[in-house]
Design a protein around this ligand. Structure first.
Ligand code: 5BU
Length: 456
């Protein structure tokens, strides 16, 4: 057994591998979780680890070192102390006051920085960090990580033109642990199942609507998929108009090519229940669902009141409603949701400067997965296969004159990269001179992108 392997057995004893049901930062679900943070409390092991990592990057030229926050920060710090190469610190989020810098430390534009990561899964969070560092004018050519979970991340990063090395690969360390009898029978079973070729393929592959339908038990989730398959449309139009007649005419015009119409009922100047009943009739005739994007965000009881009472009486007509989880599980537990209404949670918003961070998103996804009334979630990343993923902030053009600080992505990115299931388009359609033509274009592009993404 080599030096590297002996080192791994030492850190394994710190409890860095946990078994259970986890949602990773990338949105992928996993039965094993690997966490290198305990090493930070063992200076002797941190020094050993930094020596092993430095050997890997011996021939790389770099003038700065940066760790992906937070797990890799103590590791990068030790690397910096041992190599005498300066450290810079990448913030996870903007402080919101003072200099608002994302990178702390002393550096000059054009300097070459070595990036240090602990675990690579999909590579998405690493690529986000790279974007932030490159924005500061620094150059990243080389990346070093401790462990590759062998779930496509390394390939994704290499595809973007970066050189990446890892100390360990999951397959090889699990083999050592098994050989040295460090694992219980049950643990070996869980690992084999999770990392089997078939499972790896399913984790990387997008799940088709037919397969998702089997995983979703809520009748509204099933109905939405049935409509989508029947009409070959995964397009939801956001009718953010303040006049009820305009909404009705948009619904009539686009009803045949959408699977859902999304409303913000509280912006309609002339709201009335006769408007709602006309809209409901169109939705039945043309076979699409009505989404009320109320984003309930108060404590449970207030959410309940806002949902059932007031002039809008949302619970009497909506097929689907959106809810924030900012006040925790109780925001959805006490809604007294009728069986024929599905919930969409907001795990992450599309706005520039959003406050959602990885931790919040992970917790929101965990609540969403456990609640059978939740049919899906909104997020700008891939999520667990058991949820339907809805993506707003969609436009053919990324740079949009009237973006009002929303981030826009192309439908292809939503389906192919994020494995989204539905796109939500507002201004891109209702502001157009030819709403029907442009909506049909969004439908076609989105449907083709979905079909292409199943083949990947
Ligand atoms: P747009 O005109 O395509 O930007 O409209 C997007 C709609 O989606 C609009 O009604 C927003 O309120 C809604 N939205 C969003 O843009 N971003 C989010 O993260 C969420 C909803 Br959640």
């Amino acid at each position: 057994m080599g030096k590297k392997e002996r080192f791994f057995l030492k850190i394994y004893n710190l409890g860095i591998i946990k078994f259970g049901n986890f949602t990773l930062k990338s949105g992928i679900s996993s039965s094993i979780y690997i966490d290198f943070r305990p090493i930070a409390s063992r200076p002797d092991l941190l020094i050993k680890l930094s020596e092993l990592l430095l050997q890997e990057v011996l021939y790389y030229k770099f003038e700065l070192i940066c760790g992906v926050p937070y797990a890799a920060v103590p590791i990068a710090t030790t690397l910096s102390i041992r190599s005498k190469i300066p450290l810079i610190i990448k913030r996870k989020e903007n402080k919101g006051y003072g200099t608002e810098r994302m990178i702390e430390g002393i550096y000059k534009k054009g300097q070459n920085c070595l990036l240090v990561e602990d675990v690579i899964t999909s590579g998405d969070s690493l690529l986000k960090t790279i974007v932030d560092i490159e924005k500061e004018g620094l150059i990243i050519k080389n990346i070093i990580s401790i462990l590759d979970r062998e779930q496509g991340g390394i390939e994704n990063i290499k595809k973007m033109g970066y050189k990446i090395k890892t100390l360990f690969r999951i397959g090889e360390i699990l083999k050592i642990l098994e050989e040295k009898h460090f694992l219980k029978k049950q643990e070996i079973h869980i690992i084999r199942l999770y990392f089997s070729k078939k499972n790896r393929k399913t984790l990387q592959k997008r799940i088709s609507y037919e397969e998702k339908r089997k995983k979703i038990f809520h009748p509204i989730g099933k109905r939405l998929i049935d409509i989508t398959l029947k009409k070959k449309t995964n397009l939801i139009v956001s009718a953010d108009l303040v006049n009820s007649k305009k909404i009705l005419s948009l619904a009539n015009l686009l009803g045949d090519i959408i699977c859902g119409l999304k409303l913000h009922v509280d912006i309609i100047n002339d709201f009335s229940h006769s408007f709602i009943s006309s809209l409901k009739n169109i939705s039945i005739k043309k076979n699409f669902l009505l989404f009320e994007d109320r984003k309930f965000c108060d404590v449970g009881y207030t959410n309940y009141l806002q949902f059932h009472y007031g002039i809008h009486k949302i619970s009497s007509w909506a097929d689907i409603i959106t809810v924030h989880l900012i006040s925790g599980n109780s925001s959805i537990q006490n809604l007294n949701l009728p069986e024929n209404i599905g919930l969409i949670t907001i795990s992450e918003m599309s706005s520039i400067g959003k406050l959602f961070d990885d931790n919040y998103i992970r917790k929101a996804l965990n609540i969403s997965i456990k609640n059978p009334k939740v049919i899906g979630t909104v997020a700008q990343r891939r999520v667990d296969n058991r949820l339907l993923l809805f993506t707003p902030g969609i436009n053919f053009s990324k740079i949009n004159k009237n973006n009002f600080n929303n981030t826009y992505i192309h439908p292809n990115t939503a389906f192919e990269k994020n494995k989204s299931d539905f796109i939500i388009v507002g201004k891109g359609i209702y502001n157009s001179h030819n709403q029907k033509k442009i909506a049909e274009k969004y439908r076609k592009v989105a449907w083709t992108a979905y079909e292409n993404s199943i083949k990947i």
